[in-house]
Design a protein around this ligand. Structure first.
Ligand code: FEO
Ligand code: CA
Ligand code: CA
Ligand code: CA
Length: 624
């Protein structure tokens, strides 16, 4: 059974022991790495103790098959696939690629990603699910080669968010097409900007001269869930959807976010002028935000929360600090970008959700600076406030107000000396509310100018990724100080030997993987780890197979493979039914770039992004 206090103290002791016992690495990288691996307390704990009491399933092997594999005694069943109707009378999926935008507007979007489950009753809930982007090779019969205005409209309807009620019938969850909460949010849904950047000159466009009413959300990567019952969807690679066919240049602030004046592959700019960066340069400033959505009210207006900063948001891990402040950890998934934290100005009020729904409107944004003590793989760190007038965020340095600090959060982070990271993906807060984990998925640019090797990013040309873990000082998430170490370093011990590319000692030939991305805890404290990596199964990735999901014990460091995905997919998105007996897992873009997948329906069907339900044949709790 889960004993939280016991776990708290054990885990606290564990990390403290690690911080005091781990030695400096000396000499060559290889010798240093050997010293680290030999001394890694996680490895010692794994070797010295019996198997983790948290991980109660048989590991699955790597796989290159076009299916989802789960442990013995478990099964995986599709819940919903891209194109499934979510309203009464909406058309069924048609794999010809010829359905129009009106059909897609009433169907599940493409590329399922982060998702959250909101319980309504024991047997009814609502799932809010991100639809990150769309694959033209499957969306259109012409594969995107000859886009019409309606094709653009259809692509804009294939992204965003899907909200759908689910009901348990005969022990199995199914979608309820008649659910009152069902909703599609697309790239054209009216939204509202809130916080310091709302109404700023940089947010004003021809269509919205007040700069407060943007249309839509897209590239919705991962997610967050608030204690006041709202869903957070996170706008990541929004730059992909902007472009131009004209000759012209973008400014340095646009370029920092990847915006360019060249043609975008999605071709929205050809039929929808707001995506032409030369004609509407401010439109892109209205994307790259956290959007708060009420999943229970399909008439509600999604709110873009500018106080949480503009970057390529991965997820938003919200926790209530012991004093009631809402604290949100936020990764910016780009090579050499940063890790952020938001602290609400006001405090959570039990039973007053009208007030709580304003908590993300106002607060302080911080960015992380990690110690870089030589080769040491642990240390201390500091959250640096990104507030206009502080730390050089002044007009002399190109910041004229708080809105500019937030709209150009990346430039502000550079100004204050934040640590460049190996692509921060998801952050997850342990149920003990003391330990926080973040996947650093990979970074081929590590070691190049401006991205020094060291600290939490210890390998040049990092193609495997690692998971960093930190504890706020005194268990206070509003504290500006923290201590950190690495929970694991992914690698390939069958290809590399004696250096950090073999991975930390809790990685072995039986559980290895690359590119950790989605992570989340279940209520018992199991750390679920999903991968978005190289699935070639060759060279540096030999023996790692398709993308997968693993389960880690955050205390002992043991990591065990739980699931493998089909061909050319990413595993991303994780939610649990309230009884923890059904786990919802996203299989994103099987058959990406034309790879030979027919997941999940086989035969000659098109591969389709799908939410899978994982259950136990004996009806028990997942992982227990
Ligand atoms: Fe959409 Fe960084 O993953
Ligand atoms: Ca991701
Ligand atoms: Ca990724
Ligand atoms: Ca993907």
């Amino acid at each position: 059974m889960w004993k939280r206090d016991e776990q708290d103290s054990q885990l606290t002791k564990m990390i403290e022991a690690r911080l005091s016992r781990r030695h400096f690495l000396t000499g060559t990288a290889a010798a240093g790495a050997g010293a680290f691996l030999a001394l890694n307390p996680v490895a010692k704990a794994v070797a010295a103790s019996p198997q983790s009491s948290l991980l109660n399933f048989e590991a699955v092997s790597v796989s290159t098959a076009d299916t989802v594999v789960v442990p013995k005694g478990y099964k995986a069943t599709p819940l919903m696939s891209w194109g499934d109707p979510i309203f009464p009378g909406a058309p069924e999926f048609d794999q010809s690629g010829k359905q129009d935008s009106r059909a897609q507007e009433r169907q599940f979007g493409d590329n399922t990603d982060g998702m959250s489950f909101f319980a309504i009753s024991e047997d009814r809930g609502v799932l809010a699910i991100n639809n990150e982007y769309t694959n033209y090779e499957y969306l259109f019969d012409h594969k995107g080669s000859s886009m019409t205005a309606d094709d653009v409209r259809k692509a804009q309807a294939a992204v965003g968010v899907t909200i759908v009620e689910v009901v348990r019938k005969n022990g199995q969850w199914v979608i309820d097409k008649s659910g009152k909460r069902n909703r599609r949010i697309t790239a054209n849904t009216p939204m509202m900007l809130t916080g310091p950047a709302a109404g700023h000159a940089l947010m004003k466009t021809k269509a919205d001269p007040a700069g407060i009413k943007p249309l839509g959300t897209f590239n919705n990567c991962a997610n967050g869930q608030t204690p006041w019952g709202t869903y957070l969807t996170c706008e990541e690679n929004f730059d992909d959807f902007f472009g131009s066919d004209e000759k012209g240049e973008v400014n340095a602030d646009q370029a920092r976010y990847g915006i360019s004046a060249s043609a975008s592959d999605y071709k929205w700019h050809q039929h929808d002028e707001r995506f032409d960066v030369l004609k509407n340069p401010n439109e892109a400033n209205r994307f790259g935000w956290i959007v708060e959505i009420d999943p229970n009210d399909p008439q509600s207006t999604p709110m873009k929360r500018t106080a949480l900063g503009r970057f390529k948001h991965e997820n938003s891990a919200l926790t209530l600090n012991k004093d009631g402040h809402a604290v949100v950890y936020l990764g910016d998934d780009e090579r050499g970008e940063h890790l952020y934290k938001f602290v609400s100005k006001q405090r959570y009020q039990q039973g007053n959700d009208a007030a709580n729904r304003k908590l993300l409107e106002e607060g302080t944004l911080y960015v992380a600076r990690f110690d870089m003590n030589g080769d040491q793989l642990k240390g201390q760190g500091q959250w640096i406030e990104l507030t206009f007038g502080k730390h050089g965020l002044t007009p002399e340095n190109g910041f004229n107000d708080q809105a500019e600090v937030l709209i150009f959060a990346r430039r502000a982070a550079t100004q204050v000396g934040a640590t460049t990271m190996d692509r921060p993906e998801w952050v997850a807060v342990h149920p003990d509310n003391k330990h926080v984990f973040c996947t650093l998925t990979n970074n081929k640019n590590r070691g190049k100018e401006g991205q020094p090797v060291g600290g939490p990013n210890p390998r040049a040309k990092n193609h495997y990724g690692q998971i960093v873990r930190w504890m706020p000082l005194n268990g206070d998430h509003t504290s500006e100080g923290f201590v950190w170490d690495l929970y694991l370093i992914a690698g390939n011990p069958s290809v590399h030997n004696g250096d950090l590319y073999a991975g930390s000692d809790n990685i072995n030939t039986g559980n290895m993987f690359n590119s950790p991305d989605g992570i989340g805890f279940d209520s018992a404290g199991r750390l679920w780890i999903q991968t978005d990596g190289n699935y070639s199964n060759k060279g540096d990735f030999a023996g790692q197979g398709n993308n997968q999901m693993l389960c880690g014990d955050p205390m002992t460091g043991e990591v065990r493979r739980f699931l493998t995905g089909p061909i050319a997919c990413e595993i991303t998105g994780l939610a649990f039914s309230p009884d923890n007996k059904t786990m919802f897992v996203g299989v994103q873009h099987p058959g990406e770039e034309g790879a030979p997948s027919h997941f999940p329906y086989g035969g000659n069907t098109k591969p389709r992004s799908t939410i899978m339900m994982i259950t136990r044949e004996d009806g028990g709790v997942i992982g227990a």
